[in-house]
Design a protein around this ligand. Structure first.
Ligand SMILES: Cc1cc2nc3c(=O)[nH]c(=O)nc-3n(C[C@H](O)[C@H](O)[C@H](O)COP(=O)(O)O)c2cc1C
Length: 324
């Protein structure tokens, strides 16, 4: 079973992906945070840098797009393969953020099943008919939820994806209105898993895998999964994928080395010290639950207003806390 590092906007840039792979490994695939499609079929500078294979050497990377247009999706599949050589592109149908769903993108695509059905039919048509004969288009995978308003929508979604199959479906078993909180609906996930795996569509589970035990529970219950995708669990314990594959849990010094490398990496590419600090504090917000026993040390890190004082506080915090 494979392990994928989930895309996380603002967090999993090429810098973090490369450092994660170098320090800990264990992930079979990484995904870019979503790239919004537009009618010019162009990536902005930041997206170009993030996708460029030269900045992702040694990683298996899947670019992710977010869209509400089947035509733009097909053009992006074509462009991403032609310019960068990727053989898989993922479509985001899971992002719950208000400004995304208001444009019928991300999990906004799940709000109207009829519109989703049209999108999937159009995508199939664009991919198979509109491109000139012989043009190679990358495989499509989809990252989705089990519904928009409630978990009861999962059967209709299954029907739609079964009628318009893609290579692989990554499922976060929450509905949109749950955002990233509350119960994960494993029975509904199980229904989709059975239908898709029986039909030869690959299935990946995503949601709340924070420990090796969490992984084992999912892998035991759903043995035909292609893999699991892990997001926040890998920001918190970057050695989690390595542990799942039988390797060591990170120790305090290894963890610190990684966080210092992330800090140095950001300081090299982000001109303003204030913005570098904001970036590393955002990451620490996800990382902090890995540690216990030194809340005062963490408060000092949060208060630090220069990179040097942050670095001193970070060393003090990591070395004097328990890595649970
Ligand atoms: C800060 C943040 C940014 C995210 N950005 C993306 C994104 O760009 N594309 C995407 O498909 N999912 C995104 N997600 C969702 C994650 O990929 C993942 O589905 C979610 O965190 C649930 O998995 P987890 O419980 O393992 O974290 C984001 C989540 C967070 C917390």
């Amino acid at each position: 079973m494979e392990i994928y590092f989930a895309p996380m906007e603002g967090m999993t840039s090429s810098l973090l992906r490369n450092l994660h792979n170098e320090f800990f490994g264990g992930c079979d695939k990484y995904f870019t945070p979503f790239i919004s499609t537009n009618e010019n079929y162009l990536l902005n500078h930041k997206e170009q840098r993030d996708v460029d294979p030269a900045n992702n050497e040694g990683l298996k990377l899947v670019p992710q797009i977010i869209t509400n247009s089947a035509h733009q999706s097909a053009e992006y599949l074509y462009m991403i393969h032609e310019k960068y050589g990727y053989e898989e592109v993922n479509i985001n149908m899971g992002c719950p953020s208000g400004c995304v769903v208001s444009k019928d993108k991300g999990s906004g695509m799940l709000r109207s099943p009829d519109a989703l059905e049209d999108f999937m039919a159009d995508l199939e048509k664009e991919i198979h008919e509109v491109r000139p004969e012989g043009t190679f288009l990358p495989d499509v995978s989809i990252k989705t939820r089990i519904g928009y308003y409630s978990e009861d929508e999962h059967k209709r979604l299954t029907e739609i994806f079964m009628a318009h199959p893609v290579k692989q479906i990554i499922i976060h078993p929450r509905f949109r209105n749950q955002m990233y909180k509350g119960e994960v609906h494993l029975d509904e996930f199980g229904y989709m898993y059975d239908a898709f795996t029986d039909a030869g569509i690959g299935v990946v589970y995503n949601g709340d895998i924070n420990t090796k035990e969490d992984y084992d529970r999912i892998a035991d219950r759903f043995p035909k999964l292609d893999g699991v995708m892990i997001g926040r669990g890998l920001l918190r314990d970057p050695s989690l994928a390595r542990q799942i594959k039988g390797g060591e849990k990170a120790g305090n010094e290894e963890y610190l080395g990684y966080m210092e490398a992330v800090l140095d990496g950001y300081a090299k590419v982000i001109p303003s010290e204030k913005n570098v600090l904001a970036k590393v504090k955002d990451l620490w917000n996800f990382a902090k639950p890995a540690f216990s026993g030194n809340d005062k040390g963490y408060k000092d890190m949060c208060k630090a207003d220069s990179l040097e004082s942050f670095r001193v506080c970070m060393r003090q915090f990591v070395r004097n806390s328990v890595l649970d």
